[in-house]
Design a protein around this ligand. Structure first.
Ligand code: ADP
Ligand code: MG
Length: 282
């Protein structure tokens, strides 16, 4: 394998592994590093159908119990609800209430102890490791609180990363990266390094990277947690535009009510239980 391929694989591993919980013990999660990225191209962002709202995610009786030595921690306790295609769902609740755990289960990063999570009818909790990695790479884009950009790569190169192991030509990759950067309003920052960008711009590059393979579902865990108010506002506007202009379904974890208000609906977790649901959905 040539040096360039090794570097690319290493970069992908860094990016994908970084979304696993540092508290997670070996064997707890499906192992994001084994991912091979989506082989499909970035289809036109506006090509999705305008069909009537339909259920995208069905969560049924999901319970997650972590074992810490002799102690069991119930992170989620018998959660059931649906997410409609095209929603921008804000997942709220105090620290430790199970938000990230729920997001990880929906995104196929983690598995519940019991219960089902069907996405477009596929019960992701029953997929084996390899099928789950493929499913994840084709269907989910991830946005992290800490951006997780590769510091030595330009914005363009960071966004291009998920496409490097596909069969797309260089020209096609360039088109997709330019489209994604354009969607987040950073076409003119393509050749900047992360350190030459503001925090808000870094997060928008990370969003471009999340959507460059055109996943239907974008999950974001506290995407504005490290940002000032103005930058947070810009990032939230970008996420909202992905819903309205590109028909993405967005699930965003936040503890900030102002951030949650950008969503079309919010649900609240407390001590692993669903408290209430607000908003009209799609
Ligand atoms: P939130 O995102 O709302 O802050 P989390 O989903 O991260 O909450 O965590 C919910 C609960 O599960 C917390 O009590 C947390 O300590 C526990 N927890 C999360 N991940 C692990 C893990 N890998 N091992 C043990 N306990 C965990
Ligand atoms: Mg969390």
């Amino acid at each position: 394998m040539c040096l360039q391929s090794c570097l690319i694989l290493w970069c992908l591993r860094v990016v994908l592994q970084s979304h696993t919980d540092p508290k997670k013990r070996p064997g707890e999660s499906p192992g994001a590093g084994s991912s091979c990225l989506q082989m499909g191209a970035l289809r036109s962002m506006i090509a999705h159908s305008m069909a009537a709202p339909d259920v995208l995610v069905e969560i049924r009786n999901v319970t997650k119990i972590y074992q810490q030595g002799e102690i069991n921690v119930t992170a989620l306790n018998d959660i059931s609800f649906d997410i409609q295609a095209g929603e921008y769902l804000s997942l709220m609740g105090p620290s430790g209430s199970g938000k990230s755990t729920l997001l990880h289960i929906i995104a196929g990063i983690d598995r519940p102890t019991s219960g089902e999570c069907r996405v477009r009818g596929v019960d992701v909790t029953r997929l084996n490791e390899s099928a789950l990695a493929d499913w994840r790479n084709q269907n989910v884009g991830f946005v992290f609180q800490t951006f997780n950009l590769i510091p030595v790569l330009s914005a363009f190169e960071n966004v291009e990363l998920p496409l490097l192991l596909t069969d797309l030509s260089r020209k096609q990759r360039r088109q997709h990266v330019e489209t994604a950067l354009d969607l987040v309003g950073l076409a003119d920052r393509a050749h900047h390094l992360p350190r030459q960008l503001s925090g808000g711009q870094e997060q928008r590059v990370a969003i471009a990277r999340a959507i460059v393979t055109d996943p239907g579902l974008v999950v974001a865990d506290e995407p504005t947690g490290n940002l000032d108010a103005q930058s947070a506002h810009e990032v939230l506007e970008v996420l909202r535009s992905l819903r309205t202009d590109a028909q993405k379904t967005i699930i965003m974890v936040t503890h900030d009510p102002k951030a949650a208000a950008f969503g079309s609906r919010s649900i609240h977790l407390e001590k692993g239980e669903l408290l209430e649901a607000r908003g009209a959905g799609v």
